[in-house]
Design a protein around this ligand. Structure first.
Ligand SMILES: Cc1cc2nc3c(=O)[nH]c(=O)nc-3n(C[C@H](O)[C@H](O)[C@H](O)COP(=O)(O)OP(=O)(O)OC[C@H]3O[C@@H](n4cnc5c(N)ncnc54)[C@H](O)[C@@H]3O)c2cc1C
Length: 537
């Protein structure tokens, strides 16, 4: 069965897809189809920030990927959640609003990607944002994505910030402003106490447009080609196979795992991988699925001397009731915050030119992010290396388009990455030993006092390290001279026509921070380029 034709067919209604759907349908000139594998975002816990824990392992709203077991993680499969609903991962993420370091984007430009330096992308960051702090050189107020402050100060976060100051790391009120270094509170993508996903920010206002069709529960299985021109998208919905024809372009926005997976299933990728699964080669492109990068988080957990942690709130019925009542009445308190309230960007070696680790500070503790909190009073200093050297890859596991891809993150595979992991854990311990924070520390729960040597700490990283959910780089942006480049600086797939990739996968190198805002910036910039192209044709 063949569906009608649209000008643009977008695959994936995630952080990028929703922003694209809004911007490309805004002037009414083009018909846009947005295809999403998951259902609509009606589950109430999506919209309440603390619902993060409810969606983390949800069988419907989460793809629940797992990495392949890897030797350097002691043979463990690492759980990789990803959003599967309108808003994609922005509907289940930790709401932290970070852009990365200006040098990340300058580096992208140095790699041959004209138009992607920090000076080039800053206007798009300002365009996407409605920052409650008001407009400034760094921030915008006219964008759809609400960025809010955490209004209540928490004594533990205050103590960590003071601890950072004690070890020479300054307080920073705005990690997205003049400088990234320092410790402080995160801003969150919330609007008046509710999650501001891209479905809320970008899709809701556009839903009534006659030229925008949003189709949910529709999983794309491949791009259909006429020769080397993308003709449309084949997808499965309610047990039937359909084809959505794209008069102008197909845009893959299915995320850093599924966009390269779809290219591979469509015959665009390294020929050896395709042939191994009997997939006919449409275009040989060696970089598809390669260059996988992620932030590995190491969660250093402390028992707290005082019953002031979110663990304490959640284990007491009356405190839980009070928390709920506070949220209903004022939209504040723990329910209005995801998990991490505070953050820190620091250098494990003062000689470095910029921060090499990021901390996420949580007033709770649990075995895994999003799993039930511990019964004791606990808090977490989670540390991740910002610019890992390790590169992994994703590939097909079978020719079945509905099967998950194979994921090989290759964490901790270089000496520098291993050394930074150890140095990050040691920095967390230094903070815990300060005058400001030590009164709150009853003991180190993880890695625990028995972990003393560098080897012990590395062993902890291998046994307990987890993703902080930032896979990127698998459809690398770069010039044709780059053997691993999959898309050009206009995000068009090299060697074929009418096909772009617009999502986290195009990052040539992972940004130094959380990835939601950078992906939305990429979509804003892509929409600008696509609309410009459409005017010249
Ligand atoms: C649990 C978690 C916590 C996070 N916390 C933060 C945070 O606090 N701050 C931050 O900045 N970043 C955070 N991130 C990362 C950030 O949210 C993602 O990097 C970003 O949302 C990725 O955007 P994307 O558009 O590339 O992909 P996604 O937003 O994942 O969108 C991809 C969409 O495509 C759909 N799709 C996939 N395959 C198909 C197919 N075949 N057919 C149709 N549709 C398909 C998916 O269902 C999904 O809706 C977090 C991520 C997770 C998972």
């Amino acid at each position: 069965m063949t569906d009608a034709a649209w000008d643009y067919v977008i695959v994936g209604a995630g952080s990028a897809g929703c922003a694209l759907a809004n911007r490309l349908s805004a002037d009414g000139r083009h018909a846009v189809l947005l295809l999403e594998a998951g259902p609509p975002d009606h589950y109430p816990w999506i919209h309440i920030p603390i619902g993060y824990a409810k969606t983390m392992f949800h069988p419907v709203y989460n793809w629940k990927f797992k990495t392949e077991p890897e030797a350097q993680m002691n043979g463990r499969e690492v759980y990789w959640p990803a959003g599967r609903t309108l808003g994609g991962s922005s509907s289940i993420n930790g709401l932290i609003y970070i852009r990365g370091h200006r040098a990340d984007y300058d580096h992208w430009a140095e790699l041959g990607n004209a138009g992607w330096s920090y000076a080039d992308v800053l206007p798009f960051f300002r365009k996407l944002e409605h920052n409650v702090r008001g407009a400034s050189e760094w921030h915008g107020v006219d964008g759809p994505l609400w960025v809010s402050d955490i209004r209540a100060k928490h004594p533990l976060i205050e103590a960590v910030i003071a601890a950072a100051e004690e070890v020479g790391i300054a307080r920073n009120p705005d990690f997205n402003g003049a400088t990234q270094d320092g410790a402080g509170y995160y801003q969150l993508t919330t609007k008046q106490g509710f999650r501001c996903s891209t479905a809320t920010a970008y899709l809701r206002p556009a839903r009534g447009r006659r030229n925008l069709t949003i189709t949910t529960d529709a999983q794309a299985t491949r791009v259909a080609f006429d020769g080397r021109r993308a003709r449309g998208v084949v997808y499965r919905q309610a047990g039937s196979e359909r084809t959505a024809v794209a008069r102008r372009e197909v845009i893959l926005a299915a995320g850093a795992l599924k966009s390269p997976h779809l290219l591979l299933l469509s015959g665009v990728g390294p020929p050896a991988h395709l042939q191994a699964f009997g997939i006919p080669v449409v275009h040989a492109l060696p970089g598809v699925g390669e260059n996988l990068q992620d932030h590995l988080q190491l969660r250093v957990i402390f028992r707290c001397t005082r019953p002031i942690t979110t663990n304490d709130t959640l284990k007491s019925w009356w405190r839980k009731m009070a928390m709920g009542a506070r949220y209903v009445a004022t939209r504040t308190g723990p329910m209005a915050i995801g998990i991490n309230q505070g953050g820190m960007f620091a250098r494990t070696d003062p000689a470095l030119s910029r921060p090499d680790v990021q901390f996420h500070l949580a007033t709770l503790s649990s075995d895994m992010a999003g799993s039930p909190v511990h019964t004791f009073s606990g808090f977490t200093l989670s540390v991740c290396q910002l610019n890992p050297e390790s590169r992994g890859r994703i590939g097909p596991k079978s020719a079945d388009p509905l099967a998950a891809p194979s994921i090989h993150p290759n964490y901790l595979s270089t000496p520098r990455d291993r050394a930074t992991a150890v140095a990050g854990i040691r920095l967390a311990r230094r903070l815990a030993a300060t005058r400001a924070l030590s009164p709150y520390v009853a003991g180190e729960y993880r890695p625990g006092p028995e972990a003393v040597t560098d080897d012990d700490l590395l062993e902890f990283a291998k046994n307990k390290g987890a993703t902080i959910f930032h896979p990127a780089g698998t459809c690398k942006m770069g010039p044709a001279s780059d053997p691993l480049a999959v898309v050009d600086p206009a995000l068009r797939v090299h060697g074929v026509e009418a096909l772009r990739v617009v999502d986290c996968s195009v990052m040539p190198t992972l940004v130094s921070g959380n990835t939601n805002a950078p992906v939305i910036m990429i979509a804003e910039k892509a929409a600008d380029m696509i609309r410009r192209d459409s005017r010249s044709r």
